[in-house]
Design a protein around this ligand. Sequence first.
Ligand SMILES: Nc1nc2c(c(=O)[nH]1)N[C@H]1C(S)=C(S)[C@@H](COP(=O)(O)OP(=O)(O)OC[C@H]3O[C@@H](n4cnc5c(N)ncnc54)[C@H](O)[C@@H]3O)O[C@H]1N2
Ligand code: MOO
Length: 409
Amino acid sequence: MTDPCETTSLTVADALDHLRRTLTPVVGHRRVAIREALGHVLARDIVADQPVPAHDNSAMDGYAVRGDDAGADSLRCVGKAFAGQPFTGEVAAGECVRIMTGGVIPAGATAVVMQEQTDADGDTVMLRRWPGEGENIRRAGDDLQAGDTILPAGRRITPADLGVMASLGRAEVDVFRPLRVAFFSTGDELRGVGEALGAGDIYDSNRYSLYGMLTRLQVERLDLGVVPDNRAAVREALASAAAEADVVVTSGGVSVGEADYVGQVLQERGEAHFWSLAMKPGRPLTFGRYADAWFFGLPGNPVSVMATFTQVVTPALRQLAGETSRPRARFRLPCRSDLGKKPGRQDFQRGRIVVGEDGVLAVESVGRQGSGMLRSMSAADCFIVLPADSGDVTAGEWVTVEPFAGPLI
Ligand SMILES: Nc1nc2c(c(=O)[nH]1)N[C@H]1C(S)=C(S)[C@@H](COP(=O)(O)OP(=O)(O)OC[C@H]3O[C@@H](n4cnc5c(N)ncnc54)[C@H](O)[C@@H]3O)O[C@H]1N2
Ligand code: MOO
């Protein structure tokens, strides 16, 4: 049966839609050397100002020949074309030019024959096979045409993009300045690693998983430590975080308990856009504005932190950083485990993609799914995403899987 408490929660899709409509890039541009741009977001389109390759050139080591000589018993080799050292004359009837891979195709030549398909005796070259017209020629502009938008603004720059920019001779590029994200944990029970635990204490793990996920997103991090469960301290921490950062991310203190001050302070002094999502784990996720910063109050449970961060905070941070949003990769796989699920919230269970004996992919649960069991995140390589209205899943049913792709986790 659907839990009646769920009805005031926003769906994840609606929350993402709200964020898409509300958030615009908050960061300015700067010009950097292309290597420094790796992983940053391009601020302006890169348009090719020249073709790449710049000239028709050979794809093979061999001989540049004229198509209208096809069938001739032999050709006379009249020169050489190396990459970077073109043959400056013209190939006349009955002639050919020795050419290396990358060498510019000399005037008059219309194809290249591979060296392995020829026999040479001094300047005389015999072809055992005639190449087709244009064979083994890489045309000018085959890779990039002048005037093409090669890399659009909003793209996060990859190693391949660095190579593409270098192939155009670009030394510098405009990227968005990295987003500044302040983060802190709330809770009287939290101790730092290396400290001794008192009665009822636990170690603060959320600041570590958050640190990892923020680092992978290439934002500038401002770790503000642990803030105790007290209204004044939470107010002060939020105010100083918002003064220094574009975005503030906290964990804990957003539920309805007596020591849950984060949500209360936001309601009093800030602006709450939403505070409850129909997702599991992660229901009390709070989003809004505090002073001049955007604010995400993540629930305290460690798995809820990671689930809400990947599903909701990550696309928001990308958008604020100027990145064009792209849909998350999801696909369907047969599930090898029975999964418990109550209708009501969209569920992000932790799973592992497995390869069967037949080479066919499937997914299995990593086991117990409590929102305090952080080990389930470490053991997983994907979320099994179950729709809000779904009930239990029986092994053999197909489910939607979202791998922890690339830079996220
Ligand atoms: N009556 C209700 N109680 C709760 C509800 C509810 O709807 N009604 N929701 C539950 C859900 S769902 C979640 S999630 C939690 C979220 O509560 P808070 O965000 O206020 O989180 P806390 O109470 O501060 O902490 C929850 C849990 O996580 C541990 N924690 C907190 N911070 C850290 C940290 N930095 N590192 C490791 N572990 C941390 C904390 O000790 C608690 O065990 O509320 C439920 N309750
Ligand atoms: O958000 Mo809570 O159980 O959904 O961890």
